[in-house]
Every structure is written in C-alpha cells, then in structure tokens.
Write a protein that binds this ligand. Structure first.
Ligand SMILES: Cc1ncc(COP(=O)(O)O)c(C=O)c1O
Length: 396
C-alpha cells in the first residue's frame, strides 16, 4: 500500500478517546460534550422539504460540475455576501462538504516532479490540511498563529528557501480553533507572497457565517481580492460549506470558488475522483444558499451562548472573545491533556486538548496549555458546562 499512509496521524478525536479511556466521569453530573465542532441546532424544515421534494433525482447520475441552478445560487450568494463577482460557469464548483474538497485540492495542485514540494499550514489547524499534504507527497510546514499576532499566521516565520518550494498554502478564516479573521492587510501580504513565489492559496471559510455582529461579517478572500483590485482571483480558491451555516453537517454540501484556470483542472480531477453531489442534495442546497433568515437565527443562538459562556469564564481565566466561529480557545494553567482528563473525571464535560490540534514548530506547540471548547450544545447545556469549567478552574 501507499507508504505515505503511515505518515498520517490519528485524528484529534481518536487521541481524545485514547486519553479519556478508563476515566470514570463524575456520575453526579450529566455528560456534556463540547469537544467536537458538530452543529447541533436543528436543520431548517424548508431544507429537509427541498431534499425530500426532489428524491426523484436519485434516478440520475449527477454531473461533477453541479446543476446550473446550484452554481447560479452559489454565485449569487457570493455576490450578495462578498460583493465579489464570480462566473457561475467557470469560477464555482459545488463540492460534497469542504473537507473532501480541501483534501482533494492538494492532490490536484501539487506537482511532484518539482523538487521537495511544500504545503504551508496554519498552526493550530484543521488536520485535513496536513494529511492532504502528506498524501500529495509534499512536506507540510507550519506557521504558528499566536495571540501576540492576533492569532494570524506569522508569514515571516518561513525563510525564502521554503517559500520558493511552496506550491500551496492553506489558511482558515475565521480560524478553527482560534476564531481569528484575516484582515485586508493580512490578505494583501499573502497575495504579495503568492505573486512572488507562485503558490496557490486554499482559503477555508467554512465558519464565515458564524459571527457576532450582523453589520460586520468576516472578510472573505474573494472579497479581499476584489477590494484590492485583483482581477480573476489569480491562484486563489475559497472553500465554503453549508454544514455550519445551515446546520446540515450530514448533507455534505459546500462549494469552491475562485481562479478559473485552477478550477478547470480541479474539475477534471474531481470527475475522476467521483465526488459529484446527488441531485436531491443539490436542490436542498439551492434552497439553503437562497435563504438568510435561518442563518441570522443560527447566529443569534451562537451569540447567546458565546456571551453567556464568556460572562461566566472571563472572571476566572484569560479566555478572549473570538472574532467569529463557535469555539473558545481557552488557556489552561495546567497541561491541556491533564485539564481535559480531569475536567471529564471531575465535572463530566469533554473538551479537546489544544496540543492535539497543533504541531511543534519553531520550538513551540501553539496548542499547548489551551483547550478548544465548541459551543454547539444547547444554550442551557453550554451555560451549565461553562459554570462547571469555572468551578473546575477555581479548584486548581
Ligand atoms: C476548519 C474546518 N474546515 C473544514 C471543515 C469541514 O466541514 P464540512 O466538510 O462539513 O464542510 C471543518 C469541520 O469541522 C472545519 O473545522
């Protein structure tokens, strides 16, 4: 078999299962799971109806490029959300969730005939980037995202010799787990590096719609490129998803948009890869992209939880309000794996150790002594969990 498979690390949740195995949670408390970023708000009825109204589509093979209706709905959403024009025929492809698309992208982009290809990833990061790089036979290099840098990638961390071999960079804005949003200045810097060294940018924006200020949504990469006067999104591809926005993680629906020349070849790759979206899912996705009311309500619920959790936790620790997304990136005064284990044993709340989401780079693991808390459970459960975490921190 492909020997590079052995280079893949086990997933953070598998590491957590191993860490917690044999631990007896305190039976006085009901379990509250905040370790996984799986949306728990109900799927809107109109999306389910659009899916079931279109079940006849199961009788046909779908096209990898998607239906014109879906590509149009996505292009219109991009234009509404980012004020950036995209051609639905050449600059948009529906994908079956951003995860598979992020992984497949490296396989299509990396030119293994060039010496020592590099894929640059943020640190901490979504582990798919690393696996995608390794299976594309590239070497991942990590850019630490530290608080002193507004949790943004420190581009100066890599020498020119590494940038010269870089073929692809993954960025995540709003970031998982930090929630940090890239500014126009951050984008200007990254575009300049891409222009200088010729690498592609994969911008993972699956949390773009989970934010706290209706008047100031996170800046997107296409929007930044358009604002900076870049024509045709050179070497830029954005990855977006309905999973978090519309509470349909099981539907597996998202899109990629950006550089038409890259997407033309990526579409060819995807045709062979065989990941076309089923027609009922495409129809449901059209309805979801065309409605904002349910997204506004979704944000209202996340904001309630974020406000309530911060009000409880900020008096006892230095946890910051993230720019966006639904995670708290909480600093711990003891080792993060010990924190997670003891929190389960003493308070029956499960969170993810930050070191499982990061790698050692430039002598630090930016996830060490942090835990990621996903505010996905109900408001009552999130409030209850925040109280238990506060009591636990006070007992340390
Ligand atoms: C940063 C990031 N990117 C991408 C994904 C994949 O989302 P999906 O495949 O549901 O679109 C996730 C899922 O949690 C994520 O956290």
């Amino acid at each position: 078999m492909n020997p590079h498979l052995d280079r893949l690390q086990s997933y953070p949740f598998q590491k957590l299962t191993a860490l917690l195995s044999g631990s007896m949670p305190n039976p006085e408390y009901n379990p509250i799971a905040l370790f996984i970023g799986e949306p728990k708000h109900p799927t809107p009825e109109f999306i389910k109806k659009a899916l079931t109204d279109n079940l006849d589509g199961l009788a046909s093979y779908p096209l990898t490029a998607g239906t014109e209706a879906l590509r149009m709905a996505i292009a219109e959403w991009i234009s509404f959300r980012y004020m950036a024009p995209v051609d639905p025929l050449t600059e948009v492809i529906p994908v079956t969730g951003s995860r598979e698309a992020l992984f497949a992208f490296a396989q299509a982009i990396i030119d293994g005939d060039k010496p020592d290809p590099v894929v640059v990833c943020p640190n901490p990061f979504y582990q798919i980037y690393e696996g995608a790089a390794l299976l594309a036979r590239a070497t991942p290099h990590f850019l630490n995202s530290m608080p002193e840098h507004r949790y943004q990638c420190d581009f100066s961390q890599l020498p020119a010799s590494v940038w010269q071999r870089t073929q692809l960079i993954y960025v995540c804005s709003p970031g998982n787990p930090t929630g940090a949003v890239m500014s126009l200045t951050d984008w200007r810097r990254l575009f300049a590096l891409s222009d200088q060294y010729g690498f592609a940018i994969a911008s993972d924006e699956c949390y773009s719609e989970i934010h706290f200020d209706e008047t100031n949504p996170p800046l997107g990469a296409l929007q930044a490129a358009h604002k900076l006067g870049r024509a045709g999104y050179p070497r830029l591809v954005v990855f977006s998803s309905l999973s978090k926005r519309s509470n349909v993680p099981g539907m597996r629906s998202g899109f990629v948009a950006g550089d038409a020349a890259i997407l033309k070849k990526y579409l060819l790759y995807r045709t062979y890869h065989g990941c076309a979206m089923s027609l009922p899912v495409q129809a449901a996705s059209v309805s979801a992209w065309r409605d904002e009311a349910h997204v506004i309500e979704n944000r209202r619920l996340y904001k309630l939880k974020m406000d309530a959790a911060l009000a409880i936790l900020q008096p006892v620790c230095d946890v910051e309000r993230p720019d966006a997304a639904f995670y708290l990136w909480l600093p711990t005064t003891i080792d993060d794996t010990l924190f997670a284990r003891r929190l389960l044993i003493e308070k029956n709340v499960s969170v993810l150790p930050g070191s499982y989401l990061a790698r050692d780079s430039s002598g630090v693991n930016p996830g060490r002594n942090r835990v990621r808390i996903a505010l996905v459970a109900s408001t009552a459960e999130c409030v209850e969990a925040a109280r238990r975490i506060r009591d636990f921190i006070q007992s340390l």
